[in-house]
Design a protein around this ligand. Sequence first.
Ligand SMILES: Cc1ncc(COP(=O)(O)O)c(C=O)c1O
Ligand SMILES: N[C@@H](CCOP(=O)(O)O)C(=O)O
Length: 471
Amino acid sequence: MKFISTRGSAPALSFEGALLAALAGDGGLFMPEVWPQLKPDEIAALAGLDYADAAYRVMRPYLEGDPCLADLEDVLSEAYEGFHHPAVAPLSQIGPNSFVLELFHGPTLAFKDLAMQVVSRFMNRALRRRGQRATVVGATSGDTGAAAIEAFRGLDAIDVFILHPEGRVSDVQRRQMTTATEPNIHNIAVQGTFDDCQAIVKALFGDQELNARLGLTGINSINFARILAQIGYYFTSAVTLGAPYRPVAFTVPTGNFGDIFAGYAARAMGLPVQRLVIATNLNDSLPRAFASGTYEPHGVIATASPSMDIQLASNFERLLFELAGRDASRVRSLMEDLRRQGSFQLSQGEFGQLREIFSAHSAGEDVTEMTIRGVFEETGMVVDPHTAVGIAASQQEAALGTTPMVVLSTAHPAKFPDAVKRAIGIAPAQPERLTLKLGSEERCTVLPADFGTVADFIVARAASPLTGAEA
Ligand SMILES: Cc1ncc(COP(=O)(O)O)c(C=O)c1O
Ligand SMILES: N[C@@H](CCOP(=O)(O)O)C(=O)O
């Protein structure tokens, strides 16, 4: 399997190459050259498997012929052995035909752990194989950073630089990142928004000299390996609810469009997904695009679901590639419109296809709070504000007959105690694994949202990417 760029002018790479490069050399995102197919009997056979075994069967076709394939089994069993639920990603029922997929049983209590624990292990092994060091740069609105720091802390061959928007993540999220004591971990609080952080990270990749000098790699969902490791739970949850013999719908709290794109990938691989519902908070560039066919991100609005305070949904580019029939020149032209005029217009055909598979709804702050309260009163379950945005969106979706609706629960409520307390009057219990991990002394450097300043900071602190032998 080769991985090709959505913008068409970077060379195709193997899985390992795309894993370490993260972003394609032409600024595009890597995509598998074809979607591997799982036949109905192969999907049915996932029922009852351990999560790691099911994920192995879903991921394996993407790694055929790649050196990472030999690592896959061990990587998955190690990645999920530390999860705090035997099912890894269990389903709970919250209403007739309405389910919540709990993706917060990993070490940092957010869905990012399901992929980050896998990606860090693949990267570490690939670098060892190649005798190289690397510098991870990542942008976070709170959860990716914590998951990456947890997954990479203490690794000898990898320096990690995480950019978060200053004052725009919850206290728990910030402390999860800034109280790490390992010398390979560096936190930067950027005086701006998540979109600023992500733009700086992409610009770092675009600087060829810096990229080569530091051996840059990325752990955001712009890295296809992140998406790949997020496809598994769509299959396991759907099979539990009757797939491949019964279709399933998913509602996905959405920011950077990575998680829901993994749902699209599952569908493209043969999973009967009847509908994918995009749920956003007030940062509603995607629901607006669904109404008008024009994608026009505005400035980021701070909300009680800060991890989704994102306007520029990077992975939407992957979907555009699909909607455009994999025509990279069309993607380049839409991305150029976005860069020049701050918006682009989908064609009739692209818009029609989009609406055939997806719908999109946004939830305001009051609705989010009322949803946390409503779910608590009706079921006794305490959900976090991101999950509440998802549940609210699923309630706006037209009835889908007998098709079960699965809402992805992307974070544990203990990460957002203030928002939860405002809604239900009590703070969520803090799991022991969180309490034990939060140190007291915080290490973080505040920098302006300026590419040059951030690049200089990273250059000054990153170790040379060359090996001892090469140096
Ligand atoms: C808790 C939580 N929910 C939802 C999202 C949205 O996921 P995505 O960016 O993959 O759309 C994020 C981060 O992006 C998150 O941290
Ligand atoms: N919500 C994310 C933002 C980055 O998303 P990613 O999935 O592209 O890494 C966060 O919490 O950091």
